[in-house]
Design a protein around this ligand. Structure first.
Ligand code: GLU
Length: 435
């Protein structure tokens, strides 16, 4: 590293926009981006390029509600970049989503795709709505109109959406159908995370949890720990949390705590995870009243004496104030941004290995890439092949990031950003700027 310090700032991100909290997902992302840029001595122009999304679209989505009234929702799609290939990223339906959050998450997708070496740029979308209050018909009309408004943005070679918070296979099927109807042909590769019968991939649903466990196992082996001797706590029991817990259980680990929005469940002797998953299915997808453990709060779960902590619920769970109380040896970020930038330093001082979100939860987008490849070939792989390739890509990504962390003596998070930004910046330099 040279002593000459570049000052990385951009007018769009640093000046007029809303004043953002240092703990916000966006500032957390930028903080880490700036750090990696410094290590790489990234050219200031390239920094500016990569700090600004290439496209930000805000659409109004009129929907005739079931009661006959017209309601208008706001929807977003941000393409952070398409340097490595068409942009890729999920769509979330949440009541408080806003463009700043989508901008951060779109950039996050760029780094995520680059870390696992899939040929995609980054994007993210969202609609400000409360899907719990919408009927299935309202949800379908909202999804179709959102898609119709973005026909010029989406496309198998342009921008490929996927599920994210509160969106699922059915929503992806509506996106695929709306896009196909408008292009007068069936276009499965325009969206990933579809039902298997409709061009989805085997293993896509479990991919994020499966990929996470691959990197946790790699991390454990670096620390000289055997998977069947460790204790694990998992925050969140959705797609990512439940699959991670189940696969760690299969590895012989003792999963001592799990949680969902109904609270945490703790059993020092280890929870029977298949029984918890069965309970969830029989209980309206809630762990509420789960008998195999005693109740604890989500906060207590994070502070448990365990070897592996998997925050797989939502962002901002471990902040400056709580980081000091974490006792785990490895934190693997199942969710996007569960550890704030302010908490990073404290965890580093405590010697905790944090496997960052852009690596730990990249299994989802990796199998999305497999789905896109299969759709374009019209040839579908077995689950075994999907899992084997996923495992290989995640393992390679871990080793690459680990190598960078050793080279520069930096954390895995910093290394993941350095690796990803270097890859995108190198490609961008080769492509050059079109003028
Ligand atoms: N929404 C997921 C993520 O944050 C998946 C994105 C994708 O598969 O394109 O990684």
């Amino acid at each position: 590293m040279s002593n000459k310090k570049n000052v990385y700032h951009t007018s769009i991100y640093k000046e007029p926009g809303p004043k953002l909290d240092k703990d916000s997902p966006f500032e957390s992302m930028m903080e880490r981006f700036r750090f990696a840029a410094e290590i790489l001595e990234l050219d200031e122009g390239l920094f500016k390029y990569l700090a600004n999304p290439v496209k930000q679209v805000i659409v109004s989505i009129p929907v005739i509600m079931d009661n006959g009234k017209l309601e208008v929702f706001e929807g977003y799609r941000v393409i952070h970049d398409n340097v490595l290939g068409p942009s890729k990223g999920g769509i979330r339906y949440t009541p408080d989503v806003h463009i700043e959050e989508i901008k951060a998450l779109a950039a996050w997708m760029t780094w995520k795709c680059a870390v696992v070496n899939v040929p995609f740029g980054g994007a993210k979308g969202g609609v400000r709505c409360n899907p719990k209050e919408l009927s299935i018909g309202e949800l379908e009309r909202l999804t179709r109109r959102y898609t119709a408004n973005l026909l010029e943005v989406f496309g198998p070679d342009r921008d490929i959406p996927a599920p994210d918070m509160n969106t699922n296979e059915q929503v992806m099927a509506w996106i695929m159908d709306t896009y196909s109807m408008n292009s007068l042909r069936t276009e499965t590769a325009v969206v990933t995370g579809k039902p298997i019968i409709l061009g989805g991939s085997q293993g896509r649903k479990e991919a994020t949890g499966r990929g996470l466990v691959t990197v946790v196992l790699a991390g454990l082996s670096k620390l000289g720990l055997m998977p069947n001797k460790v204790t694990v706590a998992v925050q969140g029991f959705g797609n990512v949390g439940s699959v991670s817990a189940d696969l760690m259980y299969e590895q012989g680990a003792s999963v001592i705590a799990i949680s969902d929005i109904s609270g945490g469940y703790y059993n020092q002797k280890g929870i029977d995870i298949p029984a918890a998953i069965q309970y969830l299915r029989n209980n309206d997808m809630s762990l509420s009243g789960f008998p195999g453990a005693e109740p604890i709060t989500n906060e207590e779960l994070l502070q448990l004496n365990c070897d592996v902590l998997i925050p797989a619920a939502k962002e901002d769970q471990i902040s400056k104030s709580s980081a000091d109380k974490i006792k785990a040896k490895i934190i693997a970020e199942g969710a996007n941004g569960p550890v704030t930038a302010n908490a990073d330093t404290i965890l580093e001082q405590k010697g905790i290995m944090v496997i960052p979100d852009i690596l730990a939860n990249a299994g989802g987008v990796t199998v999305s890439y497999f789905e896109w490849v299969q759709d374009r070939q019209g040839y579908f792989w077995t689950e075994e092949r999907v899992n084997r390739r996923l495992n290989r890509m995640m393992r390679n990504a871990f080793d690459n990031v680990y190598g960078v962390s050793e080279k520069y003596k930096i954390t895995l998070r910093q290394a993941a950003y350095v690796y990803a930004i270097n890859r995108v910046a190198t490609t961008l330099k080769l492509r050059g700027i079109y003028a």
